[in-house]
Design a protein around this ligand. Sequence first.
Ligand SMILES: *Cc1c(COP(=O)(O)O)cnc(C)c1O
Length: 377
Amino acid sequence: MEIKRNILLNPGPATTTDTVKLAQVVPDICPREKEFADMMKSLRADLLRVAHAPETKYTAVLFCGSGTINIDICLNSLLPAGKKVLVVNNGAYSSRAVEICQYYGLPHIDLRSSVFEQPDLDAVAKALDDNPDVALVYTTHHETGTGILNPIREIGAMAHAHGAVFVVDTTSSLGMIPFDMEQDNVDFCMASAQKGLMAMTGLSFIIGNEAEIRRSKDYPKRSYYCNLYLQYDFFERTGEMHFTPPVQTIYATIQALKEYFEVGETAKFARHRRVIEAIHKGLADMGLREVIPLDLQSGLVASVLYPDDPNWDFERVHDYCYERGFTIYPGKISTTNTFRLCALGTIDVPDIEAFFQVLRQAFDHYHIALPAQYVSK
Ligand SMILES: *Cc1c(COP(=O)(O)O)cnc(C)c1O
């Protein structure tokens, strides 16, 4: 079967291998069969290996939904009565966590700081000192909207010194850059199958401290479908998801994990690294400017400032590239107009070089000046 290969430079879903795509074409199966439960059991064990989370202490709980379901579940399920959430917020994804707290009416502190910088650790320490009732500290590892990598290890150490549980949104970092549950002081991390694992949409998972999940059994119940303990307990008793799982996505994820371990973490991380370096180089060669300083970047997302050119029109440039098999992604960072190029999927340096040829043709076609023009120096 010939499947057209698109190069996705958007922040997920990512370009996948054909073997992962085709892994979804399987005989029909009822997911209540033992065969399917056995598959999910080894899938959950493999997810722990990706996060370097020892199975003596951690467990992986699967959910049917996009990555945001994990944020929702962790926040609504892991807060004891009478306690507060501290959200260390320097971007769109931590802001989403704040909105979830608002929707559930969870007592929370929105410790907001500039989206162009890492959070101020002194401010985190002060917020914890001032608020002894914080029981859950939350942040985002890689703020996908900007490309900033946050200092989770340091924040986690502070959370633990305070006696709080540390929950981190690792959706756009897990399986792509180094992460270690214990060394990074993380109690709960999360991702979905279509990002670092390069599988399909519809399966999300939370990896977390099993004793903390058990403890949450007696916390206030704020959601039925999105309760962590309920889903964990069902898996423990039956090996199954409480409700219908995304069957075909699970087949694809199992294949993707097989490929993940075959390639190996070191080689995969190195590939993501050379892809982003090719992106940095291509941008610099065209005179296009990045918004976030290199030393703050995750190495997975480049945020590019729109050129100050009367002929620049993101939509037209996007469409030109899209028609040729390359997807780029718009995104405003506060009031700054940017687009993003991401190094997520199964792509390599030649794909990026081919993309920059097309991007240059687009500039040429629409008479956008090269090198790219900016008003400020
Ligand atoms: C992609 C992503 C999510 C999940 O977004 P969905 O649209 O629900 O898939 C959550 N957090 C981060 C940091 C992400 O990059």
